[in-house]
Design a protein around this ligand. Structure first.
Ligand code: BGP
Length: 473
C-alpha cells in the first residue's frame, strides 16, 4: 500500500553507515592486539584480515569522508582482542586508546557513535582456554569486557549493540569454532543460550553503568515466504520464521523459548542446559531497540520427515547458482524465489521484504528499530579516470530506503539506517572481490596497492539523500 500524503523520515533520523573491526581495521597484531577466531578462520581463498582497509592507520581521513558524506551517525565494532589481548585481565592501553580517539574524532565531527560490542571476533585465547562460546565461563569474561568498554567509552557512546547476528552463527558455522566430538546442532543451541545470557548481562551492566545509554542486539533477519499457498508450505514458512528469527527475538525481548522450538530441541536431544536464574536474567534484560541486518528474503517449502538433513552451502565465489539450500526434515527446506532478481552471490533482492519484516517485528515487539546493515555486494570496476559507476548499488539502496519510508508510514518506529558498508572492506565470505562501500579502497585480494580512498557514484547519491533528509531518494 502506498500513501497519498507524503511520509517523511523523522527530523533526528540517524543517517549512518556500518563497518566491523576485523573487516575494516587491519593492524591485526599491532600495538598489542592478538588474533581472533575470525582472523584465523577467514576464507583462505581471499585476502586475510591483516591489513583489510587499514582503517586503523587512516581513521581520521575516513571520518573526514564520513563528514563529507553528511553522516549523522556511524556504526562500528570494537575488537575484543585489541582491548583485551588475553580476552580478560589486563587492558591494552593502546587498544582502548584507539577507540577513545575514534569516538572523540566522531563527536568532533558531529557524528553519533553507534558501537557494536561483539561482531564475530572472539579472542582466540578464549577459544583455546575453554572453547569460547561453548563454555559458560565466557559469560563473566564478556561481562568484564563490557565493563571495560562502558568505563572507558560510556561518557561518549550512548548507543550500544551487544552481539552481531547471533542468528546467523547458526547458518554460517565458520564464524565459530566447534568441538569435533559433540553433535553440531547440540553445540549450536548450547552456544545460543550462553550467548543470550552474555547479551543479557551486557544490558544489565549498561543500565547500571551508563543509565542514559540505549542498548540492543543487531540481528540478521530475513522474512521467510512460503513457496506456494499449499498449507504445508505455509506451515514450513512459519517454522522457518520461528527457527531462524523468532527463536532469537523472543529470547531477547521476552526471555522465553517458543514452545514448538523447545519441544523440538528436547525431542532431538539438543536442548541447552538451563541453570537456575537463567530465565530470570533473560526476562529482566529487555533491549531498548532492535537492530536489524537485512539483505534478502528467503523462500521455503515443506520438507517431509523422510528427507536427509543438509546444512546450507553459501555461494562464496560470486558465480550465480552455487548456493545449496538447507534442509531440516519435518521443519522446512530452502528454495528460490522466481519473482526476484539475485546478486552474483545469489542473494535475492527484495526491498518490499524489508517493509514486511519491519512491520512483523513492530507488531510483535513494539520496539524502536534501527537498520544496522543493508547493502549490495558486487564486483566494482574502477575506470581509467578513477570513477566507480555503481548504479546497481544506488538502485538497491534507493528501493530499500523507499520501503523504510513506507514502513515509517505504517507506524514502525524506525530511527536509523546504516547501509553496509561505509567503505569497501573485507567481505566475510569473499574478500575484496565483493565490495559494498560508498568509498572504493584501492586494493585487491592479491595486491595492496596504495589503499587510496575513491568516492563512488553512490557516495554522491547518499550525500544528497542525507542532505534532503530522505526527500530525494
Ligand atoms: C553480515 C555481517 C557483516 C557483513 C555482511 C555481508 O552477515 O554482519 O559482517 O560481512 O553480512 O556479508 P558478506 O561479507 O559475506 O557479503
Amino acid at each position: 500500500m502506498e500513501y497519498k500524503t507524503a511520509v517523511s523520515f523523522p527530523k533526528d533520523f540517524f543517517w549512518s553507515a556500518a563497518t566491523a573491526a576485523y573487516q575494516y581495521e587491519g593492524a591485526y597484531v599491532e600495538d598489542g592486539k592478538t588474533l581472533s577466531v575470525v582472523d584465523k578462520n577467514i576464507n583462505p581463498h581471499y585476502a586475510d584480515t591483516s591489513v583489510a582497509s587499514d582503517h586503523y592507520h587512516h581513521f581520521k581521513e575516513d571520518i573526514a569522508l564520513m563528514k563529507e558524506l553528511g553522516m549523522t551517525a556511524y556504526r562500528f565494532s570494537i575488537s575484543w582482542p585489541r582491548v583485551l589481548p588475553n580476552g580478560r585481565g589486563k587492558v591494552n592501553k593502546k587498544g582502548i586508546d584507539f577507540y577513545k580517539d575514534l569516538v572523540s574524532e566522531l563527536r568532533k565531527n558531529g557524528i553519533e557513535p553507534l558501537a557494536t560490542i561483539y561482531h564475530f571476533d572472539l579472542p582466540a585465547s578464549l577459544q583455546d582456554a575453554y572453547g569460547g562460546w561453548s563454555s559458560r565461563q565466557i559469560i563473566d569474561d564478556f561481562a568484564y569486557y563490557c565493563k571495560i568498554l562502558f568505563e572507558h567509552l560510556g561518557d561518549q557512546v550512548k548507543y550500544w549493540f551487544t552481539i552481531n547476528e547471533q542468528s546467523n552463527m547458526f547458518l554460517l558455522p565458520y564464524l565459530m569454532e566447534f568441538d569435533a566430538d559433540t553433535p553440531l546442532e547440540k553445540q549450536k543451541y548450547e552456544m545460543n543460550h550462553i550467548m543470550t545470557l552474555a547479551h543479557a548481562k551486557a544490558i544489565t551492566l549498561c543500565r547500571e553503568m551508563i543509565p542514559d545509554a540505549k542498548i540492543g542486539p543487531a540481528i540478521g533477519l530475513s522474512p521467510n515466504y512460503p513457496k506456494t499457498c499449499h498449507p504445508e508450505d505455509i506451515q514450513a514458512a512459519r517454522n522457518a520464521n520461528d527457527f531462524r528469527s523468532y527463536l532469537f527475538t523472543d529470547l531477547y525481548v521476552h526471555g522465553i523459548y517458543r514452545l514448538n522450538i523447545w519441544r523440538y530441541m528436547k525431542e532431538n536431544g539438543v536442548a541447552p542446559t538451563i541453570e537456575k536464574g537463567d530465565m530470570e536474567l533473560l526476562q529482566s534484560a529487555k533491549p531498548d531497540f532492535l537492530g536489524i541486518n537485512y539483505y534478502q528474503s528467503r523462500v521455503v517449502k515443506y520438507a517431509p520427515d523422510t528427507m536427509k538433513n543438509k546444512e546450507m552451502k553459501i555461494n562464496a565465489n560470486g558465480k550465480k547458482g552455487e548456493t545449496e539450500f538447507e534442509i531440516i526434515p519435518g521443519i522446512y527446506q530452502g528454495s528460490t524465489n522466481p519473482y526476484l532478481e539475485k546478486t552474483d552471490w545469489d542473494w535475492e533482492i527484495d526491498p518490499i521484504g524489508l517493509r514486511t519484516l519491519l512491520n512483523e517485528l513492530n507488531d510483535r515487539y513494539h520496539l524502536p528499530i534501527i537498520i544496522t546493515e543493508n547493502g549490495m555486494g558486487a564486483v566494482d570496476e574502477l575506470t581509467a579516470d578513477e570513477k566507480v559507476h555503481d548504479d546497481y548499488r544506488i538502485d538497491y539502496l534507493r528501493k530499500h530506503l523507499e520501503q523504510c519510508r513506507l514502513a515509517i508510514g505504517d507506524g514502525v518506529q524506525l530511527f536509523g539506517y546504516c547501509p553496509w558498508s561505509f567503505m569497501d572492506l573485507l567481505s566475510t565470505t569473499s574478500g575484496f572481490r565483493k565490495r559494498y562501500g560508498f568509498v572504493y579502497v584501492n586494493r585487491t585480494d592479491e595486491d595492496l596497492k596504495d589503499l587510496r580512498r575513491i568516492k563512488k557514484d553512490s557516495f554522491y547519491w547518499y550525500q544528497k539523500v542525507i542532505e534532503t533528509n530522505g526527500k530525494q531518494l
